[in-house]
Design a protein around this ligand. Structure first.
Ligand code: KG4
Ligand code: ZN
Length: 349
């Protein structure tokens, strides 16, 4: 048994998890503890980097202790320490990276810095044992990319957003409607009571390629909101949320269908990242996949939004392949997935 502690602190979640890797079995998640800083950022309609970093400092020790306790292991049982080293907000990344490196150093065990996007990209292998290769649509607050995943460290971005990420568009619309942060869950909830056909919004780059653009949709939604004036009824509010979500759904449908047709050899499609928590979007993309004879997978919601499990898993996979990072390695706010190396050891689970 090889125990890995994973720490995530790249944005507004302080999270930790312990995973046990066995020789011939799927790894077991022994704990998954997440503290989400919603109340800290509520008044600002978005994440404030300095506030986030301070909250990570406050929470990192109790969250890691809880993760060890829930897993029923002691610090001395941990064989490797993993932390998100990028991309993300520098202050938060530094908290997690410094903590993991300190533990690794004092316990005399290896440390590995994990690319947050690789965490999202590989989660489906832990939860659903999805085989390589697969087409990944990574949809989060900061990313919106089609990535062809052919192995650990083998990532090819084939399309992505030219401006805002999908989650960012949800968050901005929610901010305009004064629904608080994060916007995605609030918009999805209100949309349940709304008419998705009430307002017509543009589908950006509808007839062009597999890149996305959400800034035009955001502007069109803003204009629509302004036209409604200050005293919008609850029904109009719900109709606006439903119409916006419907337009995002149609956009993802069109682009996913095109991307799948482009990558003929891929038989698996994976939706990952915070926005994959949206049941309507998941359902719609599942149907697109069924029509194209492609298997659809989205990890369980708590593992779609940011968590420590994905970091412990991606870190563990690399540690077991013989990789580790020096204790003077740093956190990096910008860290594209393509810059990741392919581990030397081929026998990767
Ligand atoms: O992956 P994640 O937790 O953090 C980043 O790496 O960005 O994603 C957070 C994003 C936020 O923009 C949030 O509004 C969005 O995911 N999100 C959703 C839903 N739940 C979270 N968007 C739409 N519908 C949801 N149910
Ligand atoms: Zn994320």
């Amino acid at each position: 048994m090889y125990h890995v502690l994973g720490i995530e602190s790249s944005c507004d979640e302080t999270a930790a998890s312990v995973i046990a890797f066995a020789d011939d079995a799927q790894p077991t998640v022994l704990s998954n503890i997440v503290y989400t800083q919603h109340k800290e950022h509520l008044d600002y309609g978005g994440v404030v980097p300095e506030i986030a970093a301070r909250a990570h400092v406050d929470k990192i020790e109790p969250i890691v202790s809880e993760a060890l306790k829930e897993a029923g292991v002691k610090l001395t049982d941990i064989d490797g320490f993993a932390a998100t080293c990028g991309p993300g907000l520098l202050g938060g990344l530094l908290v997690g990276v410094s903590y993991a490196k300190t533990l690794a150093s004092t316990m005399g065990k290896p440390y590995i810095g994990v690319n947050h996007l690789e965490g999202h990209a590989l989660t489906c292998r832990l939860t659903n044992n999805v085989p390589f290769p697969y087409l990944l649509l990574l949809v989060s607050g900061g990313h919106c990319q089609f990535i062809h995943v052919s192995g650990v460290g083998e990532y090819e971005t084939i399309g992505g957003t030219l401006d805002d990420a999908v989650g960012e568009a949800f968050d901005k619309v929610a901010k305009l409607l004064k629904l608080g942060y994060p916007g995605g869950p609030a918009v999805e909830k209100l949309a349940e009571k709304g008419n998705p056909k009430a307002f017509k919004l543009p589908i950006p780059l509808k007839n062009k390629g597999i890149d996305f653009s959400f800034s035009g949709l955001k502007t069109a939604t803003r204009q629509l909101i302004q036209e409604q004036g200050d005293h919008m009824s609850q029904q109009t509010l719900a109709d606006l949320c439903a119409s916006f979500q419907e337009t995002v759904a149609q956009t993802l449908e069109v682009k996913t269908k095109r991307a799948l047709q482009q990558l003929k050899q891929t038989k698996h499609f994976v939706l990952s990242g915070g926005v994959a928590a949206n049941k309507i979007l998941c359902g719609r993309l599942k149907k697109v996949c069924a029509a194209e004879n492609i298997e659809f997978t989205a990890p369980p919601t708590p593992l779609c939004t940011d968590n420590g499990v994905m970091i412990a898993y991606a870190g563990g996979v690399r540690l077991l392949a013989g990789e580790s990072h020096p204790l003077d390695s740093n956190a990096t706010p910008r860290l594209p997935l393509e810059t990741m190396n392919k581990p030397d050891n081929k026998e990767i689970k």
